[in-house]
Write a protein that binds this ligand. Structure first.
Ligand SMILES: [Fe+2]
Length: 239
């Protein structure tokens, strides 16, 4: 139960940035949603249009709670996987470039374009031993939103969808997880889907940037842990 003081802090936090977008900004958001739908609509590895919509909703929520620029966070969330390195030969520069060109074509300001491009470059997970903390508060909330979508029931479903798409084995007890120390190692990794939980998913809750995201992550993390535990028990015929 929250005390009065906590309630007051929470509600002032929520109201900290109740920005209303201008009609031009709304248009940019709408057109970007359409671009995402056209580009990622059919994607089947868990990085599809609906992943983007979930991340967008979480990013807007976290941006409001944390007092970040909602417009920049929303645009960056919408564009964060528009040309991800995973699907472009490991090239980290394609996403920011595609996003910048798109926003330029809509007449967006250079300042906003640059802020969004930096966030897109910073947000993705690059391995267990690689720390990537975005510089801006907007980057921090977008990274948190993206990571929250890798947790919980949806996170489990996405992990298996991704493994299937890239022909990863579901599980092999003889293959231990590998804690990738560099982005190069992580990019080349071909481990099993179950190992991905140890190599990435279980590490996420301690790598979140904001308290608002940490609060949401707790239950999602626990749910994934229970799932993996159960999976291993069934694997050995114990359940
Ligand atoms: Fe993503």
């Amino acid at each position: 139960m929250q005390t009065h003081e906590e309630e007051r802090v929470t509600s002032s936090k929520v109201q900290k940035n109740s920005t209303t977008l201008t009609s031009k900004q709304k248009q940019t958001v709408e057109k970007t949603v359409q671009l995402v739908k056209d580009t990622l609509g059919e994607e089947a590895s868990g990085h599809d249009y609906f992943h983007i919509m979930r991340v967008r909703a979480l990013a807007v929520r976290l941006a409001e709670e944390e007092g970040a620029d909602v417009y920049v966070a929303e645009l960056a969330a919408l564009l964060h996987d528009i040309a991800d390195w995973k699907f472009h030969g490991g090239d980290l520069s394609v996403g920011p470039r595609v996003a910048s060109e798109w926003l330029q074509s809509l007449g967006e300001s250079k300042e906003t374009i640059d802020r969004v491009a930096v966030i897109i470059k910073e947000v993705s997970y690059k391995g267990a031993g690689v720390t990537t903390t975005p510089e801006s508060l907007e980057g921090k909330v977008v990274q948190d939103a993206d990571r929250l979508d890798a947790l919980g029931a949806i996170g489990i479903a996405r992990t298996f969808a991704y493994g299937g798409k890239f022909e990863r084995q579901m599980y092999d007890p003889d293959q231990p997880p590998v804690m990738h120390q560099t982005f190069e190692e992580y990019k080349k990794a071909k481990g099993t889907t179950l190992n991905h939980f140890y190599e990435k998913i279980f590490l996420l809750k301690d790598r979140l940037n904001t308290d608002s995201a940490r609060a949401l992550a707790e239950e999602r993390h626990k749910y994934v842990e229970e799932f993996v535990e159960r999976f291993l028990q069934e694997w050995e015929g114990k359940k």
